[in-house]
Write a protein that binds this ligand. Structure first.
Ligand code: IPE
Ligand code: IPE
Ligand code: MG
Length: 243
């Protein structure tokens, strides 16, 4: 008999590989980013179906401003378009949206769209979808520390945790990166301290339900020890003996 599958409560994803997906098809990079929005819609739906409670995705990093101007402006327009098109359905599907990242630097139109999308889905409870946009892990930590310092509060692990962008959810259990690169690229530096990591060679637009299931199955087979020994973990959760 196979072991029951453990579904992660919180999955975080570095959605990488849109540009290569497009280039392989002789398309402009932006076509890959558009396809990436479709992939995110499919992935969020699959997470709801599998009982995942929180999905956090990396959509635009603090460093992505260094890309060609046309690609950056295309990504900003795509965000505005995706908000207008996707939010009504997300609302129906029970998805609650949060945008995590530096708002300064985004246009007033985009900021307004983000605030409206968060307000429109604020009552939803089936899936929390955190979209990290203009986000960097270092920015998050530095900003949290600065806000505590400004309030004259002591800087502790708990107070820092509470001042950061993902304070409303527990840490990710599983961090997936698509696109074949094995690096973290300034994503969730604080929150991924004990996350299981899964690297997929699939480019983000090709990351479908079966690829998600593969990542969940790999997660399910891991032993999370949080610094303890394997024996301690097995004593706390003994494997049932059949027969
Ligand atoms: C990820 O895909 C999306 C963003 C960073 C905005 P990329 O655009 O990085 O795709 P590759 O890595 O160039 O293929
Ligand atoms: C990470 O991908 C950021 C996002 C997926 C939004 P990048 O493509 O920007 O990462 P690097 O530059 O390859 O490390
Ligand atoms: Mg990339």
């Amino acid at each position: 008999m196979s072991e029951p599958k453990v579904v992660p409560h919180h999955i975080a994803i570095v959605m990488d590989g849109n540009g290569r997906w497009a280039t392989r098809r002789f398309l402009p990079r932006l076509a890959g980013h558009k396809q990436g929005v479709d992939s995110l819609r499919r992935c969020a739906r699959a997470c709801v179906q599998r009982g995942v409670a929180v999905l956090t995705v990396f959509a635009f990093s603090s460093e992505n401003w260094n890309r060609p101007v046309d690609e950056v402006s295309g990504l900003m327009e795509l965000l505005a378009m995706a908000l207008a098109r996707e939010v009504p359905q997300l609302k129906k599907d029970g998805v609650r949206l949060y945008f995590v990242g530096e708002r300064a630097g985004l246009s007033p139109k985009v900021c307004d769209g983000l605030a409206r999308a968060e307000a429109a889905t604020a009552e939803n409870t089936r899936l929390v979808l955190n979209v990290c946009f203009n986000y960097g892990g270092r920015w998050d930590i530095a900003r949290a520390a600065a806000s505590l310092a400004a309030r004259g509060e002591p800087i502790t692990e708990a107070s820092l945790n509470g001042a950061m962008g993902l304070a409303h959810v527990p840490d990710p259990d599983l961090v997936i990166r698509t696109g074949g690169e094995m690096r973290i690229s300034n994503f969730l530096l604080w929150q991924a301290a004990y996350s299981e990591l899964f690297f997929s060679d699939r480019l983000w637009p090709d990351f479908d339900e079966s690829a998600l299931d593969e990542a969940i199955a790999a997660f399910s087979a891991r032993e999370r020890r949080f610094g303890k020994t394997s024996e301690q973990i097995l004593t706390a959760h003994p494997v049932p003996v059949l027969g």
